[in-house]
Write a protein that binds this ligand. Structure first.
Ligand SMILES: Nc1ncnc2c1ncn2[C@@H]1O[C@H](COP(=O)(O)OP(=O)(O)O)[C@@H](O)[C@H]1O
Ligand SMILES: [Mg+2]
Length: 237
């Protein structure tokens, strides 16, 4: 894929990572580009380094070798605090275990990113909606019933909690949505519906979607697929 730096949400070059200097690299990625507004499915079996890669791409972990550019900025050489700020401003993250705050209401969970990032708070200005309205908008798009908006999130079903987690990632329209196996706790019918809604909503705001899973059946929802194997260096298709 040939792209100008500014056209890529994320650009990875010669990325290698090992948890322990005594052992072989668990990640070895020559080239991986995620163009703005496109979706990429990263497939790999359990233990192949999917979560580790997402932690590197979102700046939670420091890069040991190679480089990562986020929205055209050299990201990997920044200090942890700067990476934290860029992550809060530009990345909506959906975790495998949702990471919602159980005692907070559904609405308060969804608005959390806007409390941490001015950019995410101002993202809503593009839609000229108040913050609560913005949260309600995303919950409605994700098909969460209005009757639960004020309830503690712990009272919701697993399927509903995952939709709340997706609404929290989408609020403020960040440029990049990252999802770490968000469907592993859902049943088949919920998976298909969740995937359709998530990919549609990312498209509607022009966000890039980076999604990892061991489940190859999900690949059809994405513009491109990248296969991650523990010890063979990958090359993007
Ligand atoms: N914090 C950590 N410390 C040491 N090793 C880790 C840590 N996190 C993950 N690993 C190891 O890295 C490898 C890849 O893990 P992970 O990125 O979680 O894979 P996946 O998400 O594809 O299941 C595994 O062998 C795992 O044991
Ligand atoms: Mg994982």
């Amino acid at each position: 894929m040939q792209n100008m730096a500014s056209d890529d949400a994320l650009k990875v070059r010669d990325l290698r990572f090992s948890w322990d200097t005594q052992t072989a690299d668990i990640l070895n990625i020559k080239n991986l580009d995620i163009p703005m507004g496109r979706s990429l499915f990263i497939h790999g079996p359990s233990g192949s380094g999917k979560s580790t890669l997402l932690n590197l791409l979102s700046g939670v972990l420091s890069v040991q070798h190679g480089s990562i550019q986020l929205l055209g900025k050299e990201f990997s050489s920044l200090r942890a605090a700067k990476r934290d700020k860029l992550r809060a401003d530009h990345i909506g993250y959906i975790f495998q275990q949702f990471n919602l705050l159980p005692y907070l209401s559904v609405l308060d969970n969804v608005t959390l990113p806007t409390k941490i990032s001015t950019q995410r708070r101002q993202g809503k200005a593009r839609h000229a909606r108040a913050l609560t309205e913005e949260a309600e908008h995303w919950l409605a798009q994700l098909q969460v019933p209005r009757s639960v908006f004020s309830q503690p999130v712990s009272r919701l079903s697993v399927g509903q909690q995952q939709r709340v987690a997706a609404a929290r990632a989408l609020i403020g329209s960040p440029e990049i949505i990252i999802a770490d196996e968000p469907t592993s706790a859902l049943d088949q019918q919920n998976i298909d519906n969740f995937m359709t809604v998530l990919t549609q909503q990312c498209r509607s705001i022009g966000s890039s979607l980076l999604f990892v899973s061991h489940d190859m059946q999900l690949a059809g929802f994405f513009d491109a697929t990248y296969d991650l194997h523990p010890s063979t260096p990958g090359e993007q298709e």
